[in-house]
Design a protein around this ligand. Sequence first.
Ligand code: DX5
Ligand code: ZN
Length: 221
Amino acid sequence: MKPARIAPSLLAADFARLGEEVHSIEPEVDMLHLDVMDGHFVPNLTFGMPVIASVRAATSLYLDCHLMTTNPDAYLEELKAAGADLVTLHIEVIPNPTKVAELAREIGLDFGLVLSPPTPFESVEPFVEYVDLLLIMSVHPGFGGQAFKPEVLPKVEAARKFVDSHGFPVDIQIDGGITTRTAPLAREAGADVFVAGTAIFRDPDPVGAVRRLRSAIESVE
Ligand code: DX5
Ligand code: ZN
């Protein structure tokens, strides 16, 4: 497995101080996770292109954009123009993502598929060869601060087994309720990219929180 990477979710940051929040953790993290929600696929609203473009202007970190919207395929070009590096789309809204994966590749975006907790691994299996990353949600999409669902761990194991047995260079990301207690469980199951919002930005010491998270994950190896 690849070294663990940490992707702080800006959803838990102070949006009035977004640049400072990003700069405070920048040297310690591997990428940033940006949750785009439309109030339709999920009951919450967050942010879109203007905020992504502002974050892009503030950092050279890799920007991972998790789209929780009903028509994510309509926004790939705008996301690229705003400075996104990776877009991830829910398989529940795009059950046949072959074309959108091709479009992402054409315009120079990395591409990933997301599974909500009830969605089985089999729904993405035919498309794994077209993706850079699989995101296995460990909470229901829509809100930060929820409790980790350990029942998704067998799905992480299934994804890891499938990817490794086919030799696909696909990252396995976990998102939701990630803490120093739950991240090691996801690592044991085969995750290599760890999204964490509350555990980082709601900690009085975000840099310390990232370091503690990384050492908890590395203690598994
Ligand atoms: C939830 C989002 C998550 C969220 C995670 O729909 O996809 O990225 O920010 O937040 P925590 O780490 O607080 O569970
Ligand atoms: Zn997310």
